[in-house]
Design a protein around this ligand. Structure first.
Ligand code: PHE
Length: 355
């Protein structure tokens, strides 16, 4: 009877050992291994259950069965630990492999973009005028596709007036009075129509003229318009502002000269020259041996223009100016062909990186 009991318990233990061995065989994940541990070695596990039953076994056979159960428990525990260790190492290996940075690999070259020199020059000019209290207005006020009214008529160019021929204008087929603006001066009218006085703005943008293309002229170019209207604005204010602008833009004190000129929307009108930055006035091929370089048109806003936007010219006065961005950029950076700005040749553009 006792022998029988002993062998029965032994058989049960051996069966458990077998089961555990085959469960281990198919346990290939940490979770599966953990499940085996719980099933056999857990508090309610099969081997633990056997150990608990030992108290009912007779004193003689208890050591034998106990020793066997211990042996199975220990062997299984060791096997589980070993398998878990292998899995964890493999997992770590994978993680390290995927996260490893090989610092000896060649890097991926990502070329840095640069600002187009014209945009850079526009930004610089706007910064200078912002420093003098001018607000920079954007294209909402000054469309490039414009009507004759804003490009000419409101600016005091009457219909059929020969002054319209000063700017050979592109008309569109959207309507007989719809054109590509030939000057940024349309922004003067549009801004004054929509804003209270005083006005103190600059407005950069593209303009178009049907010019024969050469190293100095292109069918598309950029201007920056300036407008200041308030009480008691005088010509000397215009001179002071423009002199300060050239000083800052060309980074140094530089004589400026106002030459008498004509624009329908300013009276009196002037064209402004700066002393040639290449020969300091001695004469060179860039200034056609004049010693001076023209940079902009300007003048006091014509009373007719103020009237056109409902401003009383007896109470208010103002000045306006319009400068050619390409021309200023060419002078500042010794660029001898306006077409370079529009060819997108990287050999040219790269020279302006980080200006
Ligand atoms: N719009 C003129 C031009 O394109 C320049 C200008 C602007 C002159 C403002 C006077 C006042 O030639």
């Amino acid at each position: 009877m006792e022998i029988k009991a002993q062998s029965k318990l032994k058989q049960e233990l051996e069966a458990i050992r077998q089961q555990a061995a085959s469960a281990l065989k198919v346990a290939t994940t940490k979770e599966a291994l953990e499940a085996v541990r719980v099933e056999y070695l857990g508090r309610k596990g099969k081997i633990t259950g056997m150990m608990r039953g030992l108290k009912d076994v007779s004193a003689e056979e208890r050591p034998l069965i106990g020793a066997l159960a211990n042996e199975i428990q220990e062997a299984l525990g060791q096997e589980l630990d070993a398998r878990l260790d292998v899995l964890q190492r493999a997992e770590l290996g994978e993680k390290l492999k995927s996260e490893t940075i090989d610092v000896t690999m060649p890097g991926t070259f990502r070329p840095m973009g640069g600002r187009h020199p014209l945009n850079q020059v526009i930004a610089d000019i706007c910064t200078i005028f912002a420093g003098m209290g001018f607000e920079v207005i954007d294209d909402d006020f000054c469309p490039e596709v414009e009507t004759e009214y804003y490009n000419f008529e409101a600016l005091n160019f009457p219909e059929h007036h020969p002054a319209r021929d000063m700017q050979d204008t592109y008309y569109t087929n959207a309507g007989s009075n719809v054109l590509l603006r030939s000057q940024t001066s349309n922004s003067q009218i549009r801004y004054m129509e929509n804003n209270p006085l005083p006005v103190r703005v600059v407005s950069p943008g593209r303009v178009y003229r049907n010019e024969e293309v050469n190293s100095r002229k292109f069918v598309l170019f950029h201007q920056l318009e300036g407008l200041l209207v308030d009480e008691h604005v005088r010509f000397s204010d215009l001179k002071g502002i423009l002199h300060e602008f050239t000083r800052q833009f060309f980074e140094g004190e530089r004589p400026t000269r106002f030459r008498n000129s004509f624009f329908p929307f300013t009276e009196p009108s002037a064209e402004v020259d700066v002393q040639c930055i290449f020969c300091s006035g001695n004469g060179c091929h860039i200034c056609s041996h004049l010693g001076w370089l023209e940079i902009l048109g300007a003048g006091m806003v014509d009373p007719n223009v103020l009237q056109n936007v409902g401003i009383d010219p007896n109470k208010y006065s103002g000045f306006a100016f319009g400068m050619g961005i390409e021309r200023l950029a060419m002078l500042k950076y010794s660029i001898n062909d306006i077409r370079l700005f529009f060819n997108n040749d990287l050999r040219f553009l790269n020279q302006f990186k980080g200006l």
